[in-house]
Write a protein that binds this ligand. Structure first.
Ligand SMILES: [Zn+2]
Length: 180
């Protein structure tokens, strides 16, 4: 089973997103749930999980946030987050909208509970911004930190894609959900 490592440590390689050139066929190597749509350092990933690995991508702090969630690995979190964004989108909303009801409201509440785990990241490492965590790791000549998967740090996909195409995430999640 592929490892579910959310945050690569101080690798010299720049961790950014590249679109898959071949047609989508294989599943994400992190959540093993959605189809892979991009790669980061050659690893095929879905759009929910990619931000957990693409820590050098411009705009990462708008797309994802660090949370402290030791009881779920990154892949399980990815499956949950996909379901929440899809549930809200199916009702014509996002998890940020007000006045929701039914499944969309349940999804919003569950997402907000995950988002509140930012406080744990702030408490443990002093930031909830993936970019700051990444730059701190890169500034160390020897990395004294344990690998992130050995800690409770996870990356939560906020529900929008990077600045070149912010709607890409929700559109792709809905398309994936409808096709199942
Ligand atoms: Zn995934």
């Amino acid at each position: 089973m592929p490892s579910s490592r959310p945050l690569a440590s101080a690798a010299p390689k720049r961790l950014t997103v590249e679109d898959l050139t071949a047609p989508m066929s294989g599943h994400c190597t992190c959540c093993e749930h959605m189809l892979a749509a991009v790669t980061v350092s050659g690893r095929p990933l879905c759009l929910t999980c990619a931000p957990a690995f693409a820590l050098d991508e411009p705009g990462i702090d708008d797309v994802a946030t660090l949370i402290w969630l030791p009881h779920l690995d990154q892949g399980a979190l990815g499956r949950c987050v996909t379901a929440l964004h899809v549930a809200a989108k199916a009702a014509g909303h996002t998890v940020y909208d007000q006045g929701l009801s039914g499944e969309a409201l349940s999804a919003k509440r569950a997402f907000e509970a995950l988002l509140s785990c930012r406080l744990g990241a702030l408490e443990k490492i002093g930031t909830d911004r993936p970019s700051l965590y990444r730059s701190a790791l890169k500034s160390l000549s020897r990395n004294p930190f344990p690998e992130a998967h050995e800690t409770g740090l996870r990356i939560l996909m906020r529900g929008k894609w990077f600045p070149d195409n912010p709607r890409r995430y929700l559109d792709a999640a809905q398309e994936w959900a409808v096709s199942r």
